[in-house]
Design a protein around this ligand. Sequence first.
Ligand code: GUN
Length: 286
Amino acid sequence: MTTANIIDGNALSTSVREQLAERAAALKAKGVTPCLAVILVGEDPASAVYVRNKVNACEKAGLRSLKDVYAADVDPAVVMARIAELNADPGVHGILVQLPLPKQFDSDAVLEAIAPAKDVDGFHAENVGALMQGTPRFIPCTPYGVMKMLETAQVPLKGAEAVIVGRSNIVGKPMAMLLLAAGCTVTICHSRTRDLAFHTRRADILVAAVGKARMITGDMIKPGATVIDVGINRLPAEQGGKLCGDVDFASASQVAGLITPVPGGVGPMTITMLLTNTIEAAERCV
Ligand code: GUN
C-alpha cells in the first residue's frame, strides 16, 4: 500500500509546456522562432533516446530544433567547428551537447566552447559561477526541474535539512547550490560517504542522483520526508528490463510523505526546463 503522495512530473510538465507554447507563439509573432541545436556523438542508446525526446518536445511546444549526429570516432575538431558555427548563427538560441562524450573528447573544453548566452544546459564555467554567486543565467535542467516540483508541491525549504546523494556537475552540485539558495541546510553524500543511511535518515528533502538502481530503501528515509528520485536505470532483462530509479519505490513510498516516481517524475521535468531555458534565451534576443 502506498502512503506517500506522488509528485506527478508528467502532469506538471504538461501544464508548464502549455505556458511555454504560448511564449513560443508570442516570440514567433515578433519574428523570432526559438531554436535549440542538439549535438549527439556516438551510439549510446540511452543518449539517443534522450536526444530524440528533447527534439520531439521542441516540436510539440513550437520550438525549432537542429540535430547533428556524429560517429563515435569523430575528430573532436569537427564538433568544435560545428559549435563555433552554431555560436555565430543568430537563428540558434540554445546549444546542447549530449553527455557523456567518447573518450577522445575533452568534455570540459567542449562545454567551454559553447557561447555562455546559448548554454541552455548551464554547464559553461561562466554559468556555473553565476549560479554559485546567486545570480543564475541558466540553471541546469534537472535540478531546475526538481526545484519546480518542490515549489509546486509547496514543500517548505527554509531551514529544511536537504540531503543530496550524488556529486555530479550535472545534478548533485547545482542541486546543492539551488537548495542552499532556497534556505536549506545542505549535505552532499557520495560514494565515499561513511554511513550513508545516517545522513539520509536526517533528510526532510532527500534527492537521489547516483545512478544505482533502487539503492535508497525505505529504512534509509525519515518518516514524512520528501523523496526526489533523479535516477533512470534499466533493470537487467532477468529482472524485467524495466526502468527504475535510484530509490526503491515499493519500500520508500511506505515511509515518505511525498515521492517522485520513475518514470514520470523528474525525467519529463528535465526536458521541460530545457525548453524553458531555450525560450528564455530567445526572449533575451528580442
Ligand atoms: N546527459 C545526462 N544528462 C544530461 C543533461 O542534462 N544535459 C546533457 N547535455 N547531457 C546529459
